[in-house]
Write a protein that binds this ligand. Structure first.
Ligand SMILES: NC(=O)c1ccc[n+]([C@@H]2O[C@H](COP(=O)([O-])OP(=O)(O)OC[C@H]3O[C@@H](n4cnc5c(N)ncnc54)[C@H](OP(=O)(O)O)[C@@H]3O)[C@@H](O)[C@H]2O)c1
Length: 319
């Protein structure tokens, strides 16, 4: 698989990464074995694996750490701190140090390649957060600094204390807001990790209306799945599907190739618990879209999907 650089501090990974959140949260329960999907990702050329404390309070990191152990030195592990179990925020320096200790133990590794602040904590100055991450980098526990769902001011201030290598936020044909930050990311030399690049699965065409998912599946309340939005998003996905079929690829592959085509310093991290889907997603790295095709795609979805990306109470506030 092709590689991409993220930031100017030396972080290089496969052009498509793997997000492990769905193994233990967000999309309902499953009999699938996360470790099998992770091994399939590595076999398909993926060297970038994303997890977080939040995704299971150790469980998700443990699954990922065990699965990548046979090839640990060939991959990049990214994890995140900053949530509390009741979805509040905590980025106090002592807490960050403790979470990193825990994550290293759960992951069974001696270093975290990318450490993200998962959400900006309005009660802790970002300079204190960046300073703490810098200490952890100087100590060798962490290699690169990342921010998730941060706005321009936070990115600039953090970057002054320690260079930020990567911003992670939702980015897909359904979600384009982060494009307003592209000039800043270019100026500062910061890469972008695009999360939910398949629109939480909508852009694969395998969706059901809200209410028909497992009771623990967040898509039951996702605005894009609610009546009114769901039908419009489905109609757009069907049009994309026709286009994908004419190219001999899947609509999910088309959606991932579209993300990759927006900039050379973007790495999407689709998640799947199914090894065959993981391989399908990875293969999208080899799909180059002409500017005519990119235009056709953008005509179908000129400014993203219908409906907000989170419910109002969970919507991240960029600051
Ligand atoms: N920083 C943050 O705040 C944040 C927030 C959300 C996510 N993330 C990260 O981003 C990663 C990816 O995002 P995501 O998991 O939310 O969304 P996603 O990758 O856009 O979509 C995942 C969903 O799509 C399905 N899927 C994946 N590939 C498929 C395929 N080829 N065909 C059909 N269905 C397919 C998966 O189901 P199956 O598992 O059943 O295949 C799953 O339900 C996460 O795992 C996490 O690491 C970060």
């Amino acid at each position: 698989m092709q590689t991409r650089t993220l930031g100017t501090q030396g972080l290089t990974t496969s052009a498509i990464g793997y997000g492990s959140m769905g193994i233990s949260m967000a999309y309902g329960t499953s009999d699938a074995h996360g470790d099998v999907a992770i091994s399939a990702a590595f076999d398909a050329g993926i060297t970038h694996f994303d997890t977080a404390e939040l995704y299971g309070w150790g469980e998700n990191e443990e699954i990922l750490g065990k699965a990548v152990a046979p090839f640990r030195d060939e991959v990049v592990i990214a994890t995140k701190f900053g949530f509390t179990p009741d979805f509040g925020f905590n980025s106090r320096p002592d807490h960050i140090r403790q979470v990193v200790k825990n994550s290293l133990r759960f992951l069974g590794t001696d270093r975290i390649d990318v450490l993200y602040q998962h959400r900006v904590d309005p009660t802790v100055p970002i300079e204190d957060v960046a300073g703490t991450v810098k200490e952890l980098i100087d100590a060798g526990d962490v290699k690169y600094f990342g921010l998730s769902e941060a706005g321009a001011d936070t990115i600039r201030r953090a970057h002054e204390v320690h260079p930020v290598s990567v911003l992670q936020t939702e980015y897909s044909l359904f979600e384009r807001d982060v494009e307003q930050l592209f000039p800043l990311l270019h100026d500062l030399g910061i890469g972008l990790v695009s999360y939910s690049p398949l629109g939480r699965g909508f852009l694969t065409g395998t969706v059901k209306p809200a209410g028909q998912y497992d009771e623990h599946d967040m898509r039951n309340t996702d605005p894009r799945w609610q009546p009114g939005n769901f039908e419009k998003n489905l109609a757009a996905t069907e049009q994309l599907q026709h286009l994908a079929e004419s190219l001999g690829v899947t609509v999910g592959q088309l959606a991932l190739a579209w993300v990759l085509a927006q900039d050379d310093h973007i790495v999407p991290i689709p998640g799947s618990r199914d090894p065959r889907r993981v391989a399908e997603n990875a293969a999208a790295a080899g799909l180059a879209l002409t500017s005519a095709l990119l235009e056709q795609i953008t005509r179908i979805l000129p400014s993203g999907g219908f409906g907000a990306r989170y419910t109002a109470e969970n919507m991240p506030v960029w600051q």
